[in-house]
Design a protein around this ligand. Structure first.
Ligand code: SF4
Length: 460
């Protein structure tokens, strides 16, 4: 079986390439409709406010809660390993694999494993890593990039998957979902039974009980964690919640926001290893402390990775997930990608937003994504200034600083806009803008002139 693909190794589409097929759009619409129905069954606004408060409390008390979690998890026989960087996390996993002679490792869905490029490191060490989540399994077979937080293979049709399975698994072509699912299950069950270790992500880590909570719909997460003798959980530090009593609030919101379900099919509570087995939890920082240190971006750590902000984002819906070239697409991806990868990657993403605010309205933890995007734009402005857009913004800032320069620039822009349609063939850079949209008709008066005349005519 082919090892899992790394999200960072495959070039994505660009934002100029519309990826939104009719099928893609239909799934988005259906997710939103299901969510609306599911929201009506609970006091949504109240739960949302409660979740925001609980996350704020947990993130504000992170240092104490993480230590508490370690104490409780260790008391039940588990081992907590701290990973300040992505590299440390990878080293921990490799060391565990070496210690237990792991040659095959099965993976439940874990976005953070993709964030830290774990698959590449496992492959380089000769360890077979097999994705057991159906969407991730498909993506790995296709050597493609996940396109959605909760539905990684959303951009592929069942026909695409049928062709892929025929080519890679050697089964007769079919686009029947039941046939495809059965083929994947047969292949994965065999791997699950022979793997020496299983790795999963963590949806919530409960500090007061030391519980690791994993929610999923396919049963693969539970099998990955319990069939092999070694279970490795990977979690970002922000997954902590203070009390088990807080969990129902998040479970109700997560399932409804993600898929419109009342609850996901499986909610696993891992309370440490059974006799003769091993459980490790690798707690990863990898840039999160910096996010925590900036009061204006801290809220992005409240994210429960439901994917709802992607479903309503007009940019994501048109461009698809691959355009973001990040494990985390959509509005939340645009906020966190550059922060988690230390500004080496994703500096352009906060600028890829209309700031319409739909993401915040949908977010079950009410994260103020639009303001986070604006803040990230200002933080990343020095990087952005290197680009053409950055230079244009710098020039606009200069012109707007003085009354005279502003008046002169406004007059020149009006002349330029009048000439623009005629000059288009001579100015190829304009076509980048006008290829996708028509230039709006120029009003007879500028806003300033209109305002002045309005003031003059207003009865006193
Ligand atoms: S930011 Fe909010 S809506 Fe987006 S994935 Fe995170 S929790 Fe869900």
């Amino acid at each position: 079986m082919r090892p899992a693909a790394s999200a960072h190794t495959h070039p994505g589409r660009s934002f100029q390439d519309p990826a939104a097929t009719a099928g893609f759009q239909a799934v988005m619409r259906s997710a939103i409709e299901h969510k609306r129905e599911a929201q009506l069954q609970v006091p949504w606004a109240q739960l949302r406010a409660q979740a925001h408060r609980l996350k704020a409390e947990a993130i504000g008390d992170l240092d104490r809660l993480l230590v508490h979690f370690e104490r409780e998890f260790s008391a039940r026989g588990g081992t907590v390993l701290w990973a300040p960087s992505a590299r440390d996390a990878v080293e921990h996993v490799l060391a565990i694999c070496r210690r237990h002679g792991v040659s095959t490792l099965v993976k439940g869905k874990s976005m953070i494993s993709e964030e830290i490029d774990l698959n590449d490191a496992l492959q380089a060490s000769g360890i077979e890593a097999v994705e057991t989540d159906l969407g991730e399994f498909i993506i790995a077979l296709a050597c493609d990039q996940p396109s959605h937080i909760t539905a990684p293979a959303l951009h592929l049709s069942r026909g695409d998957i049928g062709e892929l399975f025929a080519r890679k698994l050697g089964i007769p072509y079919s686009d029947d979902p039941h046939v495809l699912m059965t083929a994947a299950r047969d292949r994965l069950r065999e791997t699950l039974l022979r793997a020496q270790a299983g790795l999963t992500g963590v949806n919530f880590a409960v500090a007061d009980t030391g519980t690791i909570v994993v929610v999923e719909n396919e049963g693969n997460g539970g099998l990955s964690a319990t069939l092999p003798p070694v279970h490795i959980s990977l979690m970002g530090i922000e997954k902590i919640i203070a009390r088990l009593a807080d969990l129902p609030v998040f479970l109700q919101l997560l399932a409804r926001a993600a898929t419109g379900q009342k609850l996901t099919s499986y909610t696993h509570h891992f309370l440490g290893p059974e006799e003769g087995r091993k459980a490790y939890c690798v707690v990863i920082d990898a840039g999160r402390s910096e996010v925590l240190a900036d009061p204006k971006t801290r809220e992005s750590l409240y994210c429960i990775r439901c994917g709802a902000c992607l479903n309503v984002c007009p940019v994501y819906r048109r461009a698809g997930g691959a355009a973001y070239r990040s494990v985390y697409a959509g509005p939340i991806g645009s906020v966190i990608t550059a922060q988690l990868s230390g500004h080496r990657h994703g500096a352009e993403l906060p600028f890829v937003s209309t700031l319409c605010g739909a993401c915040q309205e949908e977010c079950p933890v009410n994260i103020d994504l639009p303001h986070q995007l604006v803040h990230m734009r200002s933080r990343l402005a020095p990087d952005a200034r290197d680009g053409r857009k950055g230079k244009a913004i710098g020039a606009a800032a200069f012109l707007m600083q003085g009354r005279m320069t502003y008046a002169l620039a406004s007059a020149l822009v009006r002349v330029a806009l009048r000439l623009a349609p005629a000059c288009r063939p001579l100015l190829p850079f304009l076509s980048g803008w006008t290829r996708e949209r028509a230039l709006p008709a120029l009003p007879k008066q500028s806003f300033k002139a209109w305002w002045k005349s309005r003031e003059r005519e207003r009865p006193r």
